[in-house]
Ligand binder design. Sequence first.
Ligand code: ATP
Length: 380
Amino acid sequence: MAQLTLDDITKIFYDDDEGEIRAVDSVSVDIEDGEFLCVVGPSGCGKSTTLRMIAGLEDVTSGEIRLGDRVINDQPPAQRDVAMVFQSYALYPHMTIRRNMAFGLEQSTDLPKDEIRERVDDAAQLLGIDDLIDRKPGELSGGQQQRVALGRAIVRDPEVFLMDEPLANLDAKLRADMRTELQHLQEDLDVTTVYVTHDQTEAMTMSDRIAILNDGKLQQAATPLECYHEPNNRFVAGFVGEPAMNFFEVTREGETLVAGDFEYPLSASVADTLGAETDLTLGVRPEDVELVAEPGSDHDYDAVVDVVEPRGNENTVHLHFEAGDHESFIATVEGMRTVAAGDAVTVRFPEEAIHVFDGATGEAIRNRDMDTVEQIESAV
Ligand code: ATP
């Protein structure tokens, strides 16, 4: 097994109409031996192109991809020791499951037949599809077909698994089950894995670290909790977390953040950390917005409930400020709490929970108070 290094990799496509398309822009990330890295980001941000460059299905315009000490930029896909699992299972319909799983090995290696048979049997057992091995793909459910596609990758015993939205075609329940299974599988096999998804929940729950891309550029590569609590910028803050962080465009006037009638006074200790920038964005996560019975802080605001979305364990509450231009925002409150559309409430944005971003660049200037994210992680 080996460490996979993406060293300043860029991919430029040329299109007759659009000209140069910088699909991946100077991305650097080290993926440790045995690490599970999820690459996430919105549609078109360069996730698949990154993965395809690692697989050798796209040329790298500039930069280096290394497996251990070996630069693999110019190696053909078959020699890279990586195995890819796609969203479409890409199984051969006329072949049995056993043949589907063995075919790649038969074509690309000179392993003896017995060895191939043993690997296929082991993988099928690991994935719980050993009783399906003589069927054809058409006789299998979507989830079973996805297992076969995984099995085909596992039998190759690669240095790296590359997975491109492998669960996207499954229904929600099966996807959740497979998510857990895949995680266990990756832990058991301990193979370095790069997993592309646009689903931030999938990324948060499965990975050791997340690499978040936007517009071809790496925004942050960090543990899920670091991305959540200590985002590098507004993009990451808004992308990670469901419902998303609330953002308010504000101007700093002395020790107060102001937006029309909205005033957010800062304590001296927080104000001191903000630097000289006055054009700012205030961020508050929905679960940090408190609905308080008794107004009592200078971070309390009158608001009106627009919609309540019950989720059982919690409610997602859509509100707007009573004052000013009635800007809307979201609070998450516990499920047993009774709150209804039309209610007039008092909300509190506790100062320890606020994030502040540069209004122009989006860079995080201040993240919520937290001794260290490591402390939280060690408590989980
Ligand atoms: P999605 O989640 O929709 O699959 P993605 O993040 O995987 O998106 P990519 O498929 O990597 O995004 O595409 C990144 C950018 O590169 C997009 O703007 C896309 O249009 C462009 N692109 C990808 N492949 C090509 C190609 N062969 N020729 C020209 N442009 C391309």
